[in-house]
Design a protein around this ligand. Structure first.
Ligand code: LUZ
Ligand code: MOS
Length: 761
C-alpha cells in the first residue's frame, strides 16, 4: 500500500504561513459582522492624576450618528477588571490615575462619528500629584502589592568577607509590545441571555471572566472565541480584557453587535508596557573571581494598577541570578504604583529586567578588577546539584555546555584578539563584544495555572478536529498541536484541522503565555488522543485477535498488530469503529506534575525545567556619529529536540531582535505630567530590516536528555529575548574602547544619543 509517511518532520515551518501571505488569515477585524453593528470608541483621560470636577457630554450626544455614550454608572455588573488584585475600574469613576485611562464609551454608527463626538466632550479635573518614578512612589509608600524577598545563605555577612565588593545601580526602560494587530474585540448578543465575543486575546478565559464580572453574568453566558492574533508578546495576556469588556458592555446594553478596536496611537497611549525597573545591587567576589554574595533591590514601575505586575515582580526574583550559581543571595522587589498606564506582561515577564541587573553587577566587578567580564561569567555558571535562591535544585543544566559549545564554535580568544587589534588600528570605528548566558524557568510561576485541556473529535470520515486552550499569535502553536496529534494517531497532518480557541469547547484555560503553551496544551492533547487510541486499539483486538496481549499500533495510517499490517487503515478503522458505536471524541487534561511553590517561605520547585543558552554579540560603533551596527549574534540554544526547526528558529531570531530593540533603540518616554511622548511609530522606533544584526546564527545544542517538554521539544517563546541583553554590554565595551572613562551608566536602552554622549563625556 502506498501511504505517505507521516512524520513530524513533514511539517517543517508554520502551517499558517500561506494564510498570512495571501491575506486569508482571519483577525478580529476580518470577521464578517452582523447588520446593525455599533462602533465603540473610548474617551480617555488627558491627565495622569486628578479628580473629575466637571464632565458634560450632552453636546457630544447630539453629533449625528451617535447612539449613546456610556459612563461608569452604566456598567450593569461590577466596574472592576483587575485580574490578580481588584484595583482597576473599567471606566474611571470620579478619579483618573493615568493619561489614557478610559472614562467614557462612545457608541456610534461609524468610528468617524464617534471621533467627532469625542471632540465635543467637556471635562475638567482637580489635579492631584503625578508620580512617574518608582523610587519616588516607594518613598511615599505607594505599593501595588506586598514586597517580596528571596534569600539563600547569608549575603550580608558574606559580603563582609569578600575580597572584591562593588555596588551600583542598573535601570531598564519600558517596551511597547507593538503587536501588528492592535487590541480589539467584536461582540454580539446571543439567545438565552448570552453574549459571544471575538477577542484578540492571549487569555480567552480571562476575557470571559472579566466580561462576566462587568456584565453581572455567569461565565457560562459568555462565549469567547479567538481565531488568531496578529502578535501578543504579553500585551494581550491581561490587557485584551478591557477592550472586550467595552465591546461586550455596549453590545449587551444596546442588544446590537458592537466592535471596539483602537487605532495604533490609541493603543499605544492607553495600554501598559514592559515594566521599567530601577535597581540597586551589591556583588561580592573572592580572589578567584567566584561570586560569593549578591544583593539587589528592584523597584518595579507598575503603573496605576496591579495588572500582572505582582507576578512579573516574582519572576524578576526567580531570574535575579540568571545562569549563575551564587551561594549567598538576598533579592528584594517592590512593585511601585505610579501614574502611568498599568504596565503588564512582555516576553520574559520580569525575567529580563532581573537578568540585566546581575549582568551589570558582574560587568562592573570585572571592569574594576581588570579582568574580562567573560572570565567572571564563565567561572560562575551553574552546574547540576547547586541550588537556585528559590530552593529548586539545578538539574540538567546546559549553562556551561552552551557556553563552551559556543566558545568552541566562535573561538572567544580569537574574537577578543580580533577586537583588540581592530580597535588598535581604527581611530573612529570601535568594536565590542559580549557573552550573554540565559537560564529561563519554564512554567507559570503560579503553580495553579499550569494546567490545560484539549478536545479531540475524530469524524467518521477519518478527519480530525482539535481544540485546545492554546492561542495562535504567530508563534506557531497551531502547527505544533497538529504535529502532536498527527504523531500520536500516526496519520497525515493534512487530516487534522486546528479549531479556533473557544471557551465553550475548552474551558478554564490559562493564557497562552510563560512559554508554556505548547507544553501544557500539547500534553493535554496527547491525553485526549491516547484515550481515543485506547478505544480504537481495543476495537481492533475484538475484531482481529483473541489475544489481549498483542500490541496494536498505527503507523503511516496503517494499523499493525505485533508489527504486522492488518486489513485496517486509519480511515476504515474509524468508519468501522463508528458503526460499532465507539466514542470517537475525547477531552484531555494535563497538570504539570512535581511543581510547587510555598510563598510563605519563598521556596519550592516552581519550574518544570529550565531553558539554557548563550549568545555572543559583536558590534561596531561609529565614534564620530554615535551610530552603531550589530555585526553578529551567535547563539547556542537549548531547544531539547526541536519538533519544528524553522518555527523554533523563527522564535529565536525574533526574540533576539526584540531583545536588542529593548536594549538599544526602543525608548518609551513619558513627560513629567505622565503623558506619553513616544506615542506613534514616528517617535517609537523598533528594529527594522536595516537595524537587525547583519548576521544571526542560531545553533541548537544537542540535548536528548528526557525532559518534561512536549515531545522533548523545549519551550522557546521567551528565552531568546534575553540574548538581546548582550547587545547593551557589547556596545558599552565598544564605547569604552574609544574613551575608557566614558560615563555610561548601566541604563538601557543604550540609544545612539547616549552612545554619543558617552563617547565624548
Ligand atoms: N504569565 C503569568 C506569564 O501569569 N505567569 C508567569 O509566570 C508568566 N511567565 C511568563 C510570561 N507570562
Ligand atoms: Mo507572556 S510575557 O508569556 O504573555
Amino acid at each position: 500500500m502506498n501511504v505517505k509517511k507521516p512524520d513530524t518532520t513533514r511539517i517543517s515551518g508554520n502551517v499558517d504561513a500561506p494564510g498570512h501571505v495571501t491575506g486569508r488569515s482571519v483577525y478580529v477585524d476580518d470577521i464578517p459582522v452582523i447588520e446593525g453593528m455599533v462602533h465603540v470608541k473610548v474617551f480617555d483621560s488627558a491627565v495622569a492624576h486628578g479628580k473629575i470636577s466637571f464632565l458634560d457630554y450632552s453636546a457630544a450626544e447630539q453629533v449625528p450618528g451617535i447612539i449613546r455614550i456610556f459612563s461608569a454608572k452604566d456598567i450593569p455588573g461590577e466596574n472592576q477588571i483587575g485580574g490578580i488584585i481588584p484595583d482597576e475600574p473599567l471606566l474611571a469613576d470620579g478619579e483618573v490615575h493615568y493619561c489614557g485611562q478610559p472614562v467614557l464609551l462612545i457608541a456610534a454608527d461609524t468610528a468617524d462619528a464617534a471621533e467627532m463626538a469625542i471632540r465635543k466632550i467637556e471635562i475638567s479635573f482637580t489635579p492631584l500629584p503625578v508620580i512617574t518614578d518608582p523610587r519616588e512612589a516607594f518613598k511615599l509608600g505607594q505599593l501595588l502589592s506586598p514586597s517580596r524577598v528571596f534569600t539563600l545563605g547569608d549575603a550580608r555577612s558574606n559580603l563582609a568577607h569578600c575580597k572584591y565588593v562593588y555596588s551600583g545601580k542598573a535601570e531598564t526602560g519600558a517596551q511597547e509590545q507593538l503587536y501588528l494587530e492592535t487590541q480589539g474585540a467584536y461582540a454580539y448578543p446571543t439567545e438565552s441571555d448570552g453574549i459571544k465575543v471575538y477577542s484578540s486575546t492571549q487569555g480567552p478565559t480571562q476575557v470571559q471572566r472579566t466580561i462576566a464580572r462587568v456584565l453581572g453574568l455567569g461565565m457560562n453566558r459568555v462565549e469567547v472565541d479567538v481565531p488568531r492574533l496578529g502578535g501578543g508578546f504579553g500585551g494581550k495576556e491581561d490587557q485584551a480584557s478591557s477592550w472586550a469588556a467595552m465591546a461586550a458592555m455596549v453590545s449587551w446594553i444596546l442588544k446590537r453587535p458592537a466592535k471596539c478596536i483602537p487605532h495604533r496611537m490609541e493603543d499605544m497611549r492607553m495600554t501598559g508596557k514592559r515594566n521599567p525597573y530601577s535597581s540597586d545591587y551589591t556583588i561580592g567576589l573572592d580572589e578567584e573571581f567566584r561570586i560569593i554574595a549578591f544583593e539587589a533591590t528592584f523597584y518595579q514601575n507598575g503603573g496605576a494598577a496591579a495588572d500582572l505586575s505582582p507576578a512579573i515582580l516574582e519572576r524578576t526574583l526567580f531570574h535575579a541570578t540568571n545562569s549563575y550559581h551564587i551561594p549567598n543571595v538576598k533579592v528584594t522587589a517592590h512593585s511601585c504604583k505610579t501614574n502611568l498606564p498599568p504596565n503588564t506582561a512582555f516576553r520574559g515577564f520580569g525575567g529580563p529586567q532581573g537578568m540585566f541587573v546581575i549582568e551589570a553587577a558582574i560587568d562592573q566587578a570585572a571592569k574594576h578588577i581588570g579582568v574580562d567580564t567573560t572570565v567572571i561569567q564563565r567561572k560562575n555558571l551553574m552546574d547540576d546539584g547547586t541550588e537556585f535562591p528559590y530552593g529548586q535544585i539545578v538539574k540538567d543544566s546546559e549553562a556551561i555546555n552552551s557556553w563552551d559549545e559556543l566558545d568552541a564554535h566562535c573561538d572567544l580568544e580569537k574574537v577578543r584578539a580580533e577586537t583588540v587589534s581592530f580597535n588598535a588600528g581604527n581611530r573612529f570605528l570601535k568594536k565590542g563584544f559580549s557573552m550573554m548566558p540565559v537560564c529561563f524557568g519554564i512554567s507559570f510561576t503560579n503553580t495553579m495555572m499550569n494546567q490545560a485541556r484539549a478536545l479531540v473529535h475524530v469524524y467518521s470520515d477519518g478527519t480530525v478536529g482539535v481544540s485546545t486552550g492554546a492561542v495562535e499569535m504567530g508563534q506557531g502553536v497551531n502547527t505544533k498541536m497538529i504535529q502532536v496529534a498527527a504523531e500520536s494517531f500516526g496519520i497525515d497532518p493534512a487530516k487534522i484541522k486546528l479549531e479556533s480557541t473557544n471557551t465553550t469547547r475548552v474551558a478554564n484555560t490559562s493564557p497562552s503565555a510563560a512559554s508554556s503553551t505548547a507544553d501544557l496544551n500539547g500534553k493535554a492533547l496527547l491525553d485526549a488522543c491516547n484515550q481515543i487510541l485506547d478505544r480504537l486499539y481495543a476495537f481492533v483486538k475484538t475484531e482481529l485477535t483473541d489475544n489481549e496481549d498483542e500490541t496494536v499500533e498505527i503507523k503511516n495510517e496503517v494499523v499493525y498488530i505485533n508489527e504486522e499490517a492488518t486489513v485496517f487503515n486509519w480511515t476504515n478503522l474509524v468508519r468501522q469503529a463508528f458503526l460499532k458505536r465507539i466514542n470517537l471524541s475525547a477531552k484531555g487534561h494535563y497538570a504539570t506534575p512535581i511543581i510547587h511553590f510555598d510563598k510563605s517561605i519563598e521556596k519550592g520547585h516552581p519550574f518544570a525545567y529550565h531553558v539554557y543558552g548563550t549568545a555572543l554579540t559583536r558590534v561596531t560603533v561609529d565614534c564620530l556619529r554615535g551610530t552603531y551596527t550589530i555585526d553578529s549574534v551567535q547563539v547556542m540554544h537549548d531547544a531539547g529536540i526541536s519538533m519544528n526547526g524553522p518555527v523554533d528558529l523563527g522564535q529565536c531570531e525574533g526574540g533576539i531582535v526584540q531583545g536588542i530593540g529593548w536594549m538599544t533603540m526602543e525608548e518609551v518616554i513619558y513627560n513629567e505630567e505622565g503623558k506619553l511622548l513616544s506615542n506613534a511609530l514616528s517617535t517609537y522606533k523598533i528594529p527594522d530590516i536595516y537595524s537587525v544584526p547583519a548576521k544571526i546564527e542560531v545553533q541548537f545544542l544537542k540535548n536528548e536528555k528526557p525532559s518534561m517538554a512536549i515531545l522533548k521539544s523545549k519551550a522557546v517563546g521567551e528565552p531568546p529575548l534575553m540574548y538581546g541583553i548582550g547587545a547593551f554590554f557589547a556596545l558599552r565595551n565598544a564605547v569604552l574602547a574609544f574613551n575608557e572613562n566614558a560615563p555610561i551608566p548601566y541604563s538601557a536602552p543604550l540609544t545612539p544619543e547616549k552612545v554619543l554622549m558617552g563617547l565624548y563625556g
